[in-house]
Design a protein around this ligand. Structure first.
Ligand code: IDP
Ligand code: MG
Length: 139
């Protein structure tokens, strides 16, 4: 599973009309879409997805933000997917994100930062399975 990663176009991206532009950038950067859905996370689901951050001061705001509107969740395939996708999205804080990265182009702040990308092969697998069942994933 070293060639897949998981992404979420976060609610601010959808709200600001950036869904198409971000997906275009992802596909043109060589990622193949293996699964995709337009959906909205419940409080329970967002809390569970970000449970690693449950002790952080921003956790409540993070869950509120992630449930504030619909998202696009997707599984992406590419050689070296996890690392290449983290490069494509840029730093967590958009002010530190390199020119041309998705967060540099589309994110407004460290809390509302447009997009999620898995941080390891292990977490990519966990996150893909958390959001998609096998019959929703295609070759
Ligand atoms: P990542 O999304 O770049 O992997 P993480 O450290 O895993 O960054 O944090 C998860 C999400 O939590 C971030 O994308 C952002 O939405 C939010 N977040 C992270 N750090 C802060 C912070 O210092 N203040 C507010 N929100 C934060
Ligand atoms: Mg992270």
């Amino acid at each position: 599973m070293s060639n897949i990663t998981f992404t979420i176009l976060k609610p601010d991206s959808i709200r600001n009309g950036n869904t198409g532009a971000i997906l275009d950038k992802i596909v043109k950067s060589g990622f193949k879409i293996k699964a995709m859905k337009f959906t909205k996370m419940t409080d329970e689901k967002a809390s569970s997805f970000y449970s690693i951050h449950s002790e952080r001061p921003f956790f409540k705001d993070l869950v509120g933000y992630m449930t504030s509107g619909p998202i696009v969740a997707a599984i992406l395939e590419k050689e070296n997917a996890v690392n290449d996708f983290r490069e494509l999205i840029g730093s967590t804080n958009p002010e530190e994100a390199k020119e041309g990265t998705i967060r540099n182009m589309f994110a407004k702040s460290i809390s509302e930062n447009a997009i999620h990308g898995s941080d390891s092969d292990e977490n990519a697998k966990i996150e893909c399975e958390f959001h998609f069942s096998p019959d929703e994933i295609f070759n």
